[in-house]
Design a protein around this ligand. Structure first.
Ligand code: GLN
Length: 204
């Protein structure tokens, strides 16, 4: 099967697949669930949802999707990871479970479950200057924090205490929180824009 112009996928093995699918649909995207390599081959961009990164890691390996996703990242396919999805896109992890792997692609070190127990989940406004002057309403649910950012990645947002919670590198976007749950569309719009830009370059 060939990639269809404008079609995007949501990695649909575990996590908040439905919320991402609904958000992308509201923005007019042609969106399909991705569970198999043949489905990955039909999309021009991939969202990696929030959920539990160690489970997403195990299932993608079990379903033969981990290597195809790594290859797609190397070839420049736009991807957008939220929370566990950010963890999956990180080159380096702190507090991973034994043997936990990521796809990588973002030159960052991410710490899992980085907020303390009492405040492991919270909501609030976060300034994201590259999305415009209006802050993003962010929902954090046992989210990770980006502990260090290598020279190839750039910071899109950090909290008042300096914790980095959104990063970008080329066509990869990773954030610690859940705009698909809080109803914030601008990150998904940015992802769809990257998909359109990439398609213009590769001539899909
Ligand atoms: N704590 C989860 C993990 O380590 C991420 C939580 C989330 O995606 N909401 O994968």
């Amino acid at each position: 099967m060939m990639a269809r112009s404008g079609r995007v996928g949501v990695l649909a093995l575990q996590g908040d697949v439905r919320e991402h699918t609904a958000m992308l649909g509201r923005l007019g995207a042609d969106v399909v669930p991705v569970r198999r390599p043949e489905e990955l081959a039909t999309v021009a961009g991939l969202v990696i949802p929030g959920g539990e990164s160690s489970v997403i890691d195990k299932l993608t390996r079990m379903f033969g999707l981990a290597e195809p996703i790594r290859r797609a990242i190397r070839e420049g396919m736009p991807m957008f990871g939220t929370c566990a999805g950010l963890i999956m896109l990180a080159d380096r992890l702190v507090d991973a479970i034994d043997g936990q792997q990521t796809f990588g692609g973002l030159d960052v070190t991410v710490r899992r479950n980085a907020f303390g127990r009492q405040v492991d989940s919270f909501e609030g406004p976060v300034a994201v200057p590259s999305l415009g002057p209006r802050p993003v309403h962010a929902a954090f649910i046992r989210g990770p924090v980006v502990e260090s950012v290598g020279p190839d990645a750039s910071v899109l947002a950090s909290l008042d205490d300096g914790s980095v919670v959104a990063v970008e590198q080329g066509s990869l976007l990773g954030i610690s929180f859940h705009p698909e749950i809080s109803g914030e569309p601008r990150f998904h719009e940015r992802f769809l824009q990257r998909v359109a830009e990439r398609e213009a370059v590769v001539g899909l």
